[in-house]
Design a binder for this molecule. Structure first.
Ligand code: 5GP
Ligand code: ZN
Length: 132
């Protein structure tokens, strides 16, 4: 398996591990956006969020919280990218925990919103709900 994060799980590639359990691994990112930038991953290999079993996902989120608390950060972003155009580089699901110590460090988000069409929103809602 060529997956770099599976190799980290197996110990074939070194990492700075913050937490490990049967289902989850957390380690420091080698290219941090800010001090303490961490990655929290399920041990189950899957490229995208919907490829991961619910029990693994649940633990990933609670470990993310544990690491945020341990770091004592007040402001931070949790980011999880799915797919190349959504900025995913490593095809093994990972949650970024990115401390935001000030306005300039950490994650910068350009968030260009526009008002929604109410009728369109209602149609969208019905479409999504009918498929759940
Ligand atoms: P993505 O763009 O896929 O959401 O983020 C991938 C992240 O993995 C990047 O922040 C990158 O710095 C990190 N990364 C890639 N390779 C390694 C590695 O070998 N070790 C560690 N610790 N982090 C890595
Ligand atoms: Zn993997």
């Amino acid at each position: 398996m060529a997956c770099i994060f599976c190799k980290i799980i197996k110990g074939e590639i070194p990492s700075l591990k913050l937490f490990e359990s049967e289902k989850t691994l957390a380690f420091l990112d080698i290219g941090p956006l800010s001090r303490g930038h961490s990655l929290i991953i399920p041990k189950h290999h899957g490229a995208k969020l919907h490829d991961i079993p619910d029990d693994q996902l649940a633990e990933v989120l609670s470990v993310t919280k544990k690491i945020a608390v341990a770091q004592g950060v007040q402001d931070y972003n949790v980011l999880q990218n799915n797919g190349r155009i959504a900025h995913q580089e490593v095809d093994h699901v990972h949650f970024h925990l990115i401390p935001k110590p000030n306005e300039t460090e950490g994650l910068g988000i350009e968030w260009t919103t526009k008002p929604a069409d109410k009728g369109e929103l209602q149609k969208l809602l019905e479409d999504i709900k009918s498929k759940m």
